[in-house]
Design a protein around this ligand. Structure first.
Ligand SMILES: Cc1cc2nc3c(=O)[nH]c(=O)nc-3n(C[C@H](O)[C@H](O)[C@H](O)COP(=O)(O)OP(=O)(O)OC[C@H]3O[C@@H](n4cnc5c(N)ncnc54)[C@H](O)[C@@H]3O)c2cc1C
Length: 307
């Protein structure tokens, strides 16, 4: 069957990224996106890895196009404070290692062998110039190549407002490129005799039929899980944290409210007018936390770790 019509179910991050890509890359295709106004999006997920650069490049998006719209900032590493122990720091730097002063990756291990007291944290510092920059809250486009092994376009990712990013993709790419946008609820997924998806019954727009359906309905997995019975594979048995609560709160006292996060975040917030509110994310092991004693203070579950 020749595919002419594609229907995307869902208007969260996945839905808008799919819609922007398909409308831009396949201009002759009829692309429809349906999203419910009654079922919200996850609405968080503001942190990216460098893989996002491939997506941005595919769409031809330049930083100056979208970053200010989405309250975005650069991210060059992930710093885990108090990771293994109180006071212990673990860095996950982006980009490649700089071996030009060291002979090989073994150098640091020899150093550690001779001086076991050196912190493991120094491994990242030793090979990644980006650590020194991020510890000093500095950034460079590195056009002159003075920071070795730091390729700005590929070694930086972003923190962003994911909801605004979805809106940007919708307003600036998907709609101008001819997306057919429907706000409605899918109430039933109709199947062919062979089990494949035939059409979608909606609350207000009747039946929608397409040659290809993309399930971007989030955890509901309306087509994949509910209809086609593709099993959900849980990693719960090997995750330390299995629940997350996200709230948006206005600042009252940024100094006090930010004291548990990394220093760079404090500097960022103090210096930025963009961050008029802060997305607080609390990740914890709910089953473990709600022990019998703590269950007495129901509804007051506190964080075990914060991200
Ligand atoms: C606390 C927290 C922190 C996170 N941090 C990060 C992070 O740093 N980086 C990262 O990449 N990810 C992060 N994530 C994950 C990320 O937020 C989610 O994976 C992502 O937002 C999911 O988007 P989605 O489009 O798949 O689904 P959703 O946002 O759930 O969107 C689902 C869409 O489907 C629509 N829909 C559902 N049912 C129907 C129906 N019957 N009819 C019509 N429409 C329907 C809804 O209206 C909605 O538009 C985090 C998640 C949480 C909870």
């Amino acid at each position: 069957m020749k595919i002419r019509n594609i229907c995307i179910v869902g208007g969260g991050s996945a839905g808008w990224m799919t819609a922007a890509t398909l409308t831009k890359m396949l201009p002759d295709m009829n692309v429809t996106l349906i999203e419910s106004k009654n079922i919200g999006t996850v609405g968080v997920g503001e942190s990216t890895l460098t893989y996002i650069n491939k997506f941005l490049k595919l769409l031809g998006l330049k930083d100056e196009d979208w970053m200010s719209y989405c309250n975005a900032t650069y991210k060059t590493s992930i710093k885990f404070t108090d990771f293994a122990d109180k006071g212990h720091i673990y860095h996950y730097p982006f980009g490649t290692r700089d071996f030009s002063d060291a002979g090989s990756i073994a150098d640091w291990y020899y150093w550690k062998l001779l001086d076991p007291k050196i912190d493991n944290y120094s491994f990242a510092e030793y090979y990644h110039p980006v650590i020194t920059m991020s510890d000093q809250n500095k950034m460079t486009s590195n056009e002159d190549g003075r920071v070795r092994a730091f390729d700005f376009p590929s070694a930086t990712a972003y923190h962003m407002d994911a909801t605004l990013f979805g809106q940007y993709l919708k307003e600036k790419i998907a709609l101008p490129n001819g997306l057919n946008y429907i706000t409605d609820d899918v109430v039933k997924v109709n199947q062919n005799e062979d089990g494949s998806v035939k059409s979608l019954s909606t609350k207000e727009n009747g039946e929608l039929e397409a040659d290809l359906y993309v399930d971007c309905s989030g955890f509901r997995a309306l087509l994949l899980s509910e209809t086609l019975k593709v099993p959900f594979i849980s990693f719960n048995d090997c995750l330390m944290n299995d629940k997350a609560i996200a709230t948006r709160l206005p600042y009252i006292n940024p100094d006090k409210e930010m004291e548990y996060t990394i220093e760079n975040a404090i500097v960022l917030v103090e210096n930025s007018n963009e961050f008029d509110n802060w997305l607080n994310e609390v990740v914890f092991d709910l089953d473990h936390f709600r022990s019998a004693e703590q269950a007495k203070t129901k509804g007051q579950a506190g964080p075990i770790s914060k991200s």
